[in-house]
Ligand binder design. Structure first.
Ligand SMILES: Cc1cc2nc3c(=O)[nH]c(=O)nc-3n(C[C@H](O)[C@H](O)[C@H](O)COP(=O)(O)OP(=O)(O)OC[C@H]3O[C@@H](n4cnc5c(N)ncnc54)[C@H](O)[C@@H]3O)c2cc1C
Length: 376
């Protein structure tokens, strides 16, 4: 079998790229292969309004399941409501919208054994050739030094309305354990919430039982009585402290996209904005000329990797220079900055004045200790 465009991996990046290509190039023959039974796995993907452009938001909007005009953070020293909008895409909605849009161009429950620049070999030995192969299988290099953002979240239905109007992105007033710990709360409807117990820690493992107990305790302390746990999700996102782009490039002979290409915000591990930008970049240009697609992506990935250098330095500050107990102070100071700086930080688009602003002020870590750890 032969197609124009083959995409391996129907997670976030692969699904968005396939959907956008199908919408803008209906005459291109396309195939998306996913090993799971549904697209997108089991995730709640959130993003700030300022992470993506208005044009990108317009095409993404059918996948958005909840959106809020502002959000807040809570620390022991202060709480702050920020004016930036926040929104959520769920795996369930992604599958419900994109699977029918792709129709026969999607094959689920199809594990791919090998991927190369000209095609892929399926688990049963079938060969598929393609002019353009996008490798969206997720994962990342194993030898790059990392810290972790690990979390377990539960979507819960309450017996009565919770009264929250917008998300709490970090409630860091909770007991600190193992590193920087906070609770993340998304109010989906008047009586449903996603409550996530989150840790910036040195290793990926968290205790699921402890997280569930912490979520129940957090709800109880706020007077929220849980009627039902609707679903649960967990993740351990690597937060790179160094590495090179070649570490990611070595992962695939084809054109990698998604986290496999290093396309994620280095301090949060979040990748939705990059997956959206990549889908736009690939689908909104010519697809016939494959070297041109490679050149566009190469330039984009290189620019994003270079923009991430400052974040990787901050990550070393967070995970190496700071002691685990000092990590909360770094976030507490960060959230005192001007809103546009905070927004550009999440979007991965910090200006040089932003970078200076983030490095000035009372350092939470003694300068001598910091300097000893900041080189990669
Ligand atoms: C629980 C959770 C919540 C997250 N929340 C957010 C968030 O709020 N905002 C945000 O921006 N980011 C979030 N992230 C981080 C990041 O955006 C996700 O990890 C995102 O799904 C990565 O997208 P991806 O397409 O690169 O990889 P994935 O979504 O992991 O997709 C890879 C896909 O490839 C498939 N695959 C792998 N190998 C094969 C094979 N051999 N053959 C066929 N298929 C294969 C997998 O089954 C999978 O579906 C979250 C991550 C997790 C785990």
């Amino acid at each position: 079998m032969s197609v124009d465009v083959l995409i391996v991996g129907g997670g976030l990046a692969g699904s968005l790229a396939a959907w956008r290509i199908a919408a803008l190039h209906p005459s291109v023959s396309l195939l998306l292969l996913e090993s799971g039974d549904t697209l997108g796995g089991n995730h709640t993907w959130s993003f700030h309004d300022t992470d993506i452009t208005p044009a990108q938001r317009a095409w993404l909007q059918p996948l958005v399941t909840a959106q809020w005009p502002r959000h807040e953070v809570r620390f022991p020293a202060y709480a702050r409501v920020l004016d930036g909008g926040y929104a959520t895409v769920t795996s369930e909605r992604l599958h419900a919208v994109i699977a029918p849009a792709l129709g026969a161009r999607l094959r689920l429950a199809t594990p791919v054994q090998a991927v190369d620049r000209d095609g892929a070999t399926l688990g049963d030995g079938t060969q598929i050739t393609a002019r353009l192969v996008l490798d969206a299988r997720g994962g990342g290099p194993e030898h790059v030094p990392v810290g972790w953002q690990s979390f377990l979240g539960q979507e819960v239905r309450l017996q009565a309305p919770h009264g929250l109007q917008w998300p709490i992105l970090m409630d860091a007033t909770v007991e600190q354990r193992g590193g920087y710990r906070f609770i993340y709360v998304l109010p989906f409807t008047a009586d449903t919430l996603l409550i996530e117990d989150t840790y910036y820690i040195d290793g990926p493992a968290i205790d699921a039982h402890e997280c569930r107990a912490a979520i129940a305790g957090y709800a109880r302390d706020r007077g929220w009585s849980i009627a039902e746990v609707v679903r649960e999700e967990a993740g351990a996102l690597p937060i790179p402290l160094g590495g090179t782009l070649d570490d990611f490039r070595a992962l695939s002979p084809a054109l990698a996209i998604g986290v496999r290409a290093g396309l994620f915000q280095p301090t949060t591990g979040y990748s939705l904005p990059e997956a959206v930008a990549t889908a736009s970049l690939i689908a909104e240009g010519h697809l016939n000329e494959v070297p041109g697609v490679y050149a566009r992506m190469h330039a984009y990935v290189t620019a994003r990797w270079q923009a991430g250098a400052f974040n990787r330095l901050l990550n070393r500050w967070l995970f190496r220079a700071a002691r685990p107990t000092e990590r909360r102070i770094i976030f507490e100071q960060f959230y005192r900055r001007a809103e546009p700086t905070i927004a550009r930080f999440y979007a991965g688009r910090l200006t040089w004045p932003d970078r200076l602003r983030l490095l000035t002020g009372r350092p939470p870590v003694p300068v001598t200790r910091a300097l000893a750890h900041l080189r990669s």
